[in-house]
Design a protein around this ligand. Structure first.
Ligand code: NAD
Length: 485
């Protein structure tokens, strides 16, 4: 069954509580990656003047919003959650059409937006400080967490609902006002979030959403003197640029970047479950997740069995039209991404890797590459070290867990990692020794709960993690109050 495309949406920035085109009137076209001949809409190609207006609106809204009791802010988040939940199906369809995520994953992601808003609404009633005694007098000294002011949020296209919401919700509940820069490849999903807040009667200017290119919207936002902090999710090179500029200007900055996530399969693992997790981790969303499984290390005594199971799973996998609810693997987001992934596969072959499955563009108009599995890739080959943002993963043999941990850690990234084993001791050695911010024992490398921290170490992240109570650290600053009577 396929889902029919709804009519073309009106597409605008959301600034000061108004829907408005870019000030220059310039637009760009967004097309469906599954059917590039289908136009999704014309979106504002915004610039520095739009950023200026958005920051101005956010600065004007800040005093009243930050003084509102947190429970009042929570009420708005809860109403926005209801509005998002009421339109999960529409948001999911638009997400699928604009960036190609299979509809079954898009529905889950859209629904998660509401869950994130409800979790952060609960922060209104959780502690924001600690109480101590002064050493000399026993009088009270306490800490207080206060909002920062206007914060700039820069988001990628690959989780176009979840990531904008998981930055916006904590920013707002702690009393900040926001300028959100959406990714050019997925504006429509993000604009649904603005609409949900608009329906929730968020005061004008508290959330402002600007669409456009990174260089024309993201860079002016990072530079803007009235923006106190920048939270960025995206690629390593852009993230580094953002960090350099923001820290040069004395701003607080948080980065969530790429990964090269390993999955380790030990001989005592339930191999069927491990193969299923490898498939989902490497290929769902066409491998376009920062937490996707990029390297699969399999103990030599079960290597052949695991390889057979994974190849059988790839054979059974449903690849194709992302609007079909049965589809597991859809297209890449755009032509450039398709070209990059095909070039990486060619380089993988040139460097001696053997392609066991996939490896070519699928027939048809869409930017589709079927699940691609390599073996015999050396540890220093490009595929073993650099993030290829597509449905491409490699199998590696190992003899001992120590060897697997050492090779798994031998990359610059440290976002997520998994082990499959039935040994408590091996699981514990993995938890102690694997260098990543998110560890999974007997589950796939992707996936994140809303109430616990999410973030990478090494080159995968910078600054406090996101989600859960970790978000409080980034979106507030600590004040210490010596209170004598
Ligand atoms: P990207 O770095 O190209 O873009 C991310 C955002 O930054 C976009 O909104 C873009 O327009 C903007 N941008 C581009 N140039 C800019 C500049 N000079 N100044 C300010 N902003 C600028 O990344 P992408 O292609 O949208 O997303 C894919 C990447 O994101 C992958 O590397 C993936 O691993 C990473 N990612 C990480 C996480 C995580 O939580 N660790 C989650 C999702 C995606």
């Amino acid at each position: 069954m396929s889902v029919d495309a709804p009519p073309l949406p009106a597409a605008s920035n959301y600034v000061g509580g108004e829907w408005s085109p870019s000030r220059s009137g310039r637009t760009y076209e967004k097309r469906n990656p599954a059917r590039p001949s289908e136009l999704i809409g014309e979106f504002p190609a915004s610039g520095a003047e739009d950023v200026d207006a958005a920051v101005g609106a956010a600065a004007a809204a800040y005093p009243a919003w930050s003084r509102l009791p947190a429970a009042g802010r929570a009420a708005v988040l809860l109403r926005a959650a209801d509005a998002l939940e009421a339109s999960v199906e529409q948001i999911a369809r638009d997400m699928t059409r604009e960036m190609g995520k299979p509809i079954r994953e898009a529905r889950l992601e859209a629904a998660r937006g509401a869950q994130i808003l409800r979790y952060f609404a609960g922060e209104a009633w959780r502690p924001k400080g600690e109480l101590y005694e002064q050493s000399a007098t026993g009088a009270t000294v306490y800490t207080l967490r206060r909002s920062l002011g206007v914060v700039g949020l820069i988001t990628p296209w690959n989780f176009p609902a979840a990531i904008p919401v998981w930055k916006t919700a904590p920013a707002l509940i702690y009393g900040n006002t926001v300028v959100l820069k959406l990714a050019q490849e997925a504006p429509l999903t993000g604009l649904h979030i603005a609409r949900a807040f608009d329906e929730a009667e968020l005061p004008a200017g508290v959330l402002n959403v600007v669409v456009g290119r990174g260089s024309e919207v993201g860079a002016p936002l990072v530079r803007h003197p009235d923006v106190r902090a920048i939270s960025f999710t995206g690629s390593v090179p852009v993230g580094r640029e953002v960090r350099e500029e923001a820290t040069r200007l004395g701003k607080r900055v948080q980065l969530e970047l790429g990964g090269h996530n390993p999955l380790i399969v030990l001989a005592d693992a339930p191999l069927g479950r491990a193969a299923e997790a490898a498939y989902a981790g490497a290929f769902w969303s066409a491998g376009q997740k920062c937490t996707a499984t990029r390297r699969i290390f399999v103990q030599d005594t079960v290597y052949d069995d695991f390889r057979r199971l994974l190849l059988e799973r790839i054979e059974r996998g449903r690849v194709g039209d992302p609007s079909d609810p049965e589809t597991e693997v859809g297209p890449l987001v755009n032509e450039r991404q398709l070209e990059d992934v095909l070039a990486a596969i060619a380089r993988g072959r040139d460097e001696g890797g053997i392609v066991l499955a996939g490896g070519e563009r699928a027939e048809g108009e869409g930017y589709l590459v079927p699940p691609t599995l390599f073996e015999d890739v050396s540890d220093d080959a490009m595929l073993s070290c650099e993030e290829v943002f597509g449905p491409v993963t490699s199998l590696y043999r190992f003899a001992t867990l120590d060897e697997a941990l050492e090779r798994a850690n031998a990359v610059e990234f440290g976002l997520s990692a998994s082990i499959f084993t039935s040994s408590l001791e091996s699981a514990q050695r993995f938890v102690d020794g694997l260098e990543a911010g998110i560890l999974h024992v007997n589950s796939q490398t992707a996936g994140a709960d809303v109430h616990v921290p999410f973030g990478g170490i090494k080159s995968s992240g910078f600054g406090p993690h996101e989600q859960g109570r970790a978000a409080l650290e980034f979106y507030t600053e600590v004040v210490t109050v010596y209170h004598d009577v």
